[in-house]
Design a protein around this ligand. Structure first.
Ligand code: ADP
Ligand code: F6P
Length: 323
């Protein structure tokens, strides 16, 4: 193998740049040329690429976002779009691909692998940590720490004013960010897309806290929870209870930016080297995952077929500790 392509796709995540740096430098170390494909599959179809050498990735290990930009590309969902992309890869002389993204991006990679025999390896890059086949995705650790810091700040003002705050964190399909940042931030309750919960139960919990001496509360709401986010939930609580003067904070895309944590930088660095060496070894249609301390390869399809379900015991921990 003499030439590989590299792209970031789907939602960006802190640590994607560290992964780009690792792939470029590991490839160069092994005498392989790297072409960066800009804006994910969109750039593969439209032909926006740039050559990447070790000095092109200097200083990016500490930067959030992705220097290759990212995009969601509807054209790639169609066979014609993928044909155009595969023809471009052949024209550019690209023999293998590293795709950094979430399970949607992997489904695209799987199709390139199956329909055109293109050698693809996936690196898990998403703040949601909702990909099967790996304990952690690149970006999750940074995102939960960003959310936790935001919760800490809100708690200061909530406590000062004896208020209830509803804090919405990201996660349309996955409550992992909500669960972990909620426990780390000492939340009174956490609402997740994966768990049914009634507004009445939440109100009971708020009353219980008040009876045990609490004068303020923090409720973490994953954006994908069944009530449609923090704003809708806060409205329901205020309509159905005495808790009318509550406040809402949507952390939103703040969680996607910022300098990656040490954990994400190291995870991305390890995974980047592993991905390049997997391509050299002739692997394809696989993703890099981590289990315990060890990296491994597993089928790309594990990402969506064996989606990570976090330990629901964590919610009990949150409830036990919020008395
Ligand atoms: P993520 O990778 O973060 O899950 P998306 O689900 O938005 O993000 O997917 C990123 C891109 O991957 C999509 O815009 C599309 O171009 C491609 N993609 C997603 N699903 C498929 C699919 N089933 N087949 C082909 N390409 C796909
Ligand atoms: O998948 C990452 C993620 O940040 C989700 O948590 C969130 O629901 C979604 O992307 C937001 O996407 P967009 O940036 O397109 O609004």
């Amino acid at each position: 193998m003499k030439h590989i392509g590299l792209l970031t796709s789907g939602g960006d995540a802190p640590g994607m740049n560290a992964a780009i740096r690792a792939v470029v430098r590991a490839a160069t170390f092994h005498g392989i040329q790297v072409t960066g494909i800009e804006r994910g599959y969109k750039g593969m179809i439209e032909g926006t690429t740039r050559s990447l050498g070790p000095r092109d990735v200097s200083g990016i290990i500490s930067r959030g976002g992705t220097i290759l930009h990212t995009a969601r590309c509807h054209q790639f969902l169609e066979p014609d779009g993928r044909k155009q992309a595969a023809e471009n890869l052949a024209k550019w002389g690209i023999e293998g691909l590293v795709v950094i993204g979430g399970d949607g991006s992997y489904q695209g990679a799987e199709k390139l692998h199956q329909e055109f025999g293109i050698r693809c390896i996936g690196l898990p890059g998403t703040i949601d940590n909702d990909i099967g086949g790996t304990d952690y995705t690149i970006g999750f650790d940074t995102a939960i720490n960003t959310a936790m810091e935001a919760i800490d700040r809100i708690r200061d003002t909530a406590a000062s004013h004896d208020r209830i705050f509803f804090i919405e964190v990201m996660g349309r399909r996955s409550g992992y960010v909500a669960m972990i940042s909620g426990i780390a931030g000492g939340a009174e309750d956490i609402l997740l897309p994966e768990v049914e919960m009634t507004v009445e139960k939440l109100i009971e919990r708020l009353r219980g806290g008040q009876q045990s001496g609490k004068s303020s509360s923090i409720i973490i709401v994953a954006e994908g929870c069944e009530y449609g986010g923090a704003t809708a939930l806060a409205k329901m609580v205020s309509e159905r209870s005495e808790y009318k003067d509550n406040r809402i904070t949507v952390i939103g895309h703040l969680q996607r930016g910022g300098s990656p944590s040490a954990f994400d930088r190291v995870l991305a660095s390890q995974m980047g080297v592993y991905a390049v060496e997997a391509l050299i070894a002739g692997e394809s249609g696989k993703m890099v995952g981590i289990s315990g301390q060890k990296l491994h390869l597993c089928p790309l399809s594990d990402a969506w077929e064996k989606r990570t379900r976090f330990d629901m015991g964590l919610l009990r921990v949150a409830h036990v500790l919020s008395i």
